[in-house]
Design a protein around this ligand. Structure first.
Ligand code: NDP
Length: 291
């Protein structure tokens, strides 16, 4: 059996086209141009690349970007003051504070300053808290986890009652995706670096979401035949045959997993594009609500 490849690129392109159409309609109806402010503290090259991509895709769908960069040695007060300034700016509907922040800055305190209505990344402690509670709805759900659920549904996974295993428990991927799967009525197991018999636990998964940041760690015999596999990891491995000297691989050994799974996301071209498209969707929603 060879798995269906879940084409995140195509699914994301479709979502972006729908966002572009809705932005056009919003403006036609006299609404605002959606605005996304990005805050980068320090000069982490990976963060700079992610933000460049986010701004490029924003422009393509008609969302205006407001890029703010602060030096790595900025004080807590300076970062929080910028967030407050963006809260007060009516052209800005969504605020994205690029994580991680440099050492010494209190991430939770910064994220807490973001106005709930502008928290398009969904990382405000109140939004995350609501996500974890039954009967409460966050203003926004974090983009990568939401994108993962979209991909699973698109692939036809029946999440209701499924055994879902999430490998990784980070604040930005593992934990919120586990919370979303619980909301979808899956039975969820969350694994991490202390999990005993990780391959055995993964083998129980009808739905396996892997977000660990370890190149090709999940092998063929970790995967239950017919499982839906979402590979969140992005890892660089040396490859002298490539001009840039490396290639990107996921946390799952794709060539092995593809022979066992029912459906699987590739890296690149799986979760990554969905993260950005979902962020754009959240920014549009923020602008629609602001109206
Ligand atoms: P973190 O480093 O914050 O978290 C990694 C998690 O994996 C931790 O919970 C850790 O366990 C667990 N882990 C690490 N090693 C092992 C191991 N050997 N066995 C079991 N569990 C392990 O990473 P992120 O969640 O931020 O990111 C994960 C991956 O996803 C990265 O490759 C990142 O680049 C990628 N990513 C991709 C995105 C996209 O849009 N495609 C968006 C965000 C991230 P413990 O808690 O015990 O330390």
């Amino acid at each position: 059996m060879s798995a269906r490849i879940i084409d995140g690129k195509a699914i994301a392109a479709d979502l972006r086209a729908r966002v572009a159409e809705a932005v056009r309609k919003l403006q036609e109806d006299g609404g605002p141009t959606p605005g996304l402010a990005t805050v980068l503290v320090g000069d982490n090259p990976a963060s700079e690349t992610y933000l460049r991509m986010k701004r490029k895709k924003s422009a393509e769908v008609g969302i205006e970007s407001f890029a703010h960069e602060l030096p790595a040695d900025s004080s807590q007060e300076e970062v929080e003051a910028l967030v407050e300034q963006l809260n007060a700016d009516s052209r800005v509907h969504g605020i994205l504070v690029q994580l991680p922040l440099p050492d010494g800055l209190d991430e939770e305190a910064v994220l807490s300053k973001v106005q709930l209505e502008k928290d398009v990344d969904g990382f405000h402690p109140i939004n995350i808290g609501r996500l974890a509670q039954k009967g409460r709805d966050p203003a926004f759900v974090p983009a990568t986890p939401m994108g993962i659920i979209t991909l699973l549904k698109h692939a036809g996974a029946d999440l209701d009652g499924a055994n879902a295993v999430v490998v990784g428990r980070s604040n930005i991927v593992g934990m919120p995706v586990a919370l979303l799967l619980i909301r979808e009525n899956s039975t969820v197991t969350v694994c991490h670096s202390h999990t005993r018999d990780l391959p055995g636990v993964c083998r129980t998964a009808d739905v396996l979401v892997v977000a660990i940041g370890r190149a090709e760690m999940v092998r063929r015999d970790w995967i239950k035949p017919g499982a839906y596999v979402i590979d969140v990891g992005i890892n660089q491995v040396d490859d002298s045959s490539r001009k840039r000297g490396y290639r990107l691989v996921g946390d799952v050994a794709f060539d092995e997993a593809v022979e066992v799974a029912r459906a699987i996301t590739p890296v690149p071209g799986g979760v990554g594009p969905m993260t950005i498209a979902t962020l754009l969707q959240n920014t549009l929603t923020a602008a629609e609500r602001a109206r």
